[in-house]
Design a protein around this ligand. Sequence first.
Ligand code: PMP
Length: 340
Amino acid sequence: MKNKKIDWDNLGFNAHETKSMYRANYTPENKWQIEGLVPYGNISLSPASTVLNYGQGIFEGTKAYQTSKERVVCFRLKDNAKRFRASSERMCIAPLPEGLFEKAVQEVVKDNLEFLPKKDQGSLYVRPIAYGEGPMLGVKASDYFTFLIYVTPVGSYFNSGLKRLNTIITDKYHRVATKSVGSAKAVGNYAGTLLPYKEITDQGYDEIIFLNSSNENIIDEARSANIFVLKDNVLKTPPLHGSILPGITRDSVIKVAKNIFNLKVYEDDVTVEELMAGDEVFFTGTAAVIAPAGSINYKNKITEFDIDFNDSMTKLIREKIIDIQHENIEDPFGWVIPLS
Ligand code: PMP
């Protein structure tokens, strides 16, 4: 049932209808009950469900790749499972039984292999979600939950491809409050970025950078990507202090930079000045892997990063991670998991 409407050579970051999705349901009496693979399609929901009314929902994002070894692999799936568990705890969603997340991702990927792009076209994006079904009128955690995984073929996330991103640091909005749910992949964290993103794209920018809400001298991250600055071959990224998401690409960059490129890497507060004075600045996330910044605007002071991408450390780190993901080189970290 290959979807005829998919333009395989120009895959963006869009939700295409695929063959199947995976479903499990939680009730207080029966705990998690596995429904397994079901046809891809709409779901029904109580109008009083806690996800619709109070944002009791979480998600994950990972990818399956066709590799040089003519097989399909997932990347650091255990880390996504761990983060999903941490997000569910923070959002009062019943945690999944151990191992179910990884098993379910593999099952749904296997069942949708016809939607996996060829190696040079992109990858299969995997989106696990969990949410409170309610119904619940008071602001309280639901006792009923759904776990769903759907997949979709994707190319590159930023529609500019590898164009260097023109970015702006906002002093108008925060992404999250420091003691709120910024380290969880909670749905509400993204809702709050929709208007800031609309405003900056209307002004011609590609990405927005948020400051820490307790200390506006330091930066947190973008809407759905962590941020790094390289200066004199020292790499720095904000620490996991609670208001940024612990990105799996972030962690991969830290390990590749330290162990393969012998860079000094610091997880420490990054000031606006440090960011603006960097030799290279880049964003990290599953969708784009690494996207370089071309410019940063802060209160109308603009830094342009002139370095040719082909000569940059950003490119070296990016390609090393992509080579590991596609098994073009040996994976020294044990990150690549073939479909079993
Ligand atoms: N920050 C936020 C807020 C995100 O949503 C994401 C995407 N998951 C990231 C950072 C990057 O995380 P990862 O590298 O695990 O995709």
